[in-house]
Write a protein of this length. Structure first.
Lengths: 94, 94, 94, 94, 94, 94, 94
């Protein structure tokens, strides 16, 4: 089953903690906070959003970091995912 | 009896829980929360909304996911429906 | 006596409850809440509103649904009416 | 003595209650609330307001209805007047 | 010593109460409130303000009325003055 | 050591109280409040700010007045300075 | 491992306190507050942000000052970094 995000939205899935820790990126502020590196699962088409042209620059498989309280959580086929706007994505991990 | 939404509005009807669960999509955060997969019942014409051109991309029969607190609830012929803006629709289920 | 709304405003009058119930539309959330189907009494000319061109699409006699807390209530010749912006009208009943 | 409103502003003066009641228009919500039918006393020139071109459509002598809490009250030569933006005027009484 | 206001700002000085009372204009709401008729002392050059072209229409010596809580108070050479944006000026007294 | 402000920002330094008092300008509202005449130390390049073209009109050495709570305080080489946007500067002292 | 910021975002790393003190810049308001001079580590590509063209003017290695509460903190390879928008950067230290 597939979710196709609309407009400038992106579906992301949290990367497992051990894997994130290994990568060396942790969103700080409290040690017990869950790391927030996400893998991009689906990317919307972009286009006109609130009258502004948005070009999508992230792509499936990218590892990204988002703001802490961004997006709407959705459970798909038992897996927790988050739907964010591309503008909530701060950086791509390379 | 038919409701014709104005501008960028879309009328959606919640998909029965058992059917949603089978599809594997649940808006998480609390297990007892009602799933929020909706079927699109009617689609507005789009056009200029707050000065921005909006093109409608969802269509009757689409299964969609919306933000948790989006829209106005309306009861039509005994059935609960919700009127949302297309920009409140996060993704289409395929 | 006639009220001519300015800009994108529309004067609407609540349709009697029994008539609304018959039509099958009730704005839900609480059973005792008054239904909010309105008849359009007067329509403003549209035009530039906050710098955006607004074209009026509702017309006298239309039955419409508005957001719950929209508009300013006015009593005209003993009848309660409400003045709303066209953008507060969610859908037209057909 | 004359006050010349700037931009899209309009000076209005409340119409006496008995006269308003006769006209049949009362802003409802509480019976003891003062009716809010106003006579237009002076009209600003319109023009660019916050970057948007505003054309004045009300004129001296018009009877109008405004939002309940709109405008700034001013006492001129002993008479209470209110200075509102034209966009605060909901409708013209004909 | 002279203060030159920037952009769409205007420096105004309150007109003495007796003089204001004589002119017949009092900003009402409470009798003990200070009248708020001001004399224009200096006028900014106008021009682009937040991306919108602003043309100055008030001039030195004009008597004006402003919104009650507009502007920043400044004491210059012992005299209290107020710096307001032209858009805070409601009307010119003629 | 030099700080180069970005965009429409300006670095200003408070003028010593005795010197300000002599100049006759005091931001009133409370006698014990510090006067807020500032000397312009560095001026940003202006240009596009939030999509609007900003032209810098203040220059090094200007004496200016700003809104009371504008800007970010910075200590540079032991001296307290404030970084403000040009739009927070109300007037230039001549 | 590298983080590539999106749009107008910039990754910055706090400069060690002793080094900052030596440079003579301290964000004041409380002595015990951490100084906030940052080194620019990575710079986003700029481009269209909310419909406005943004050109990046800071570059890797620049020393900059940001607003006190700007940005999202991230820990990368054990080092605390902050992701800010370029518009949150007040000035460049030269």
């Amino acid at each position: 089953m597939i979710l196709k995000p609309l407009a400038d939205r992106v579906i992301v899935k949290q990367v497992a903690a051990e894997e994130t820790t290994k990568s060396g990126i942790i969103l700080s502020s409290a040690a017990q906070e869950k790391p927030q590196v996400f893998e991009v699962i689906e990317v919307g088409p972009g286009g006109l959003v609130d009258g502004n042209e948005v070009k999508m620059v992230v792509k499936k498989g990218d590892r990204v970091i988002t703001g802490k309280y961004s997006g709407t959580e959705v459970k798909i086929d038992g897996e927790e995912m988050t739907i964010v706007r591309q503008s909530d994505i701060l950086a791509v991990v390379e």
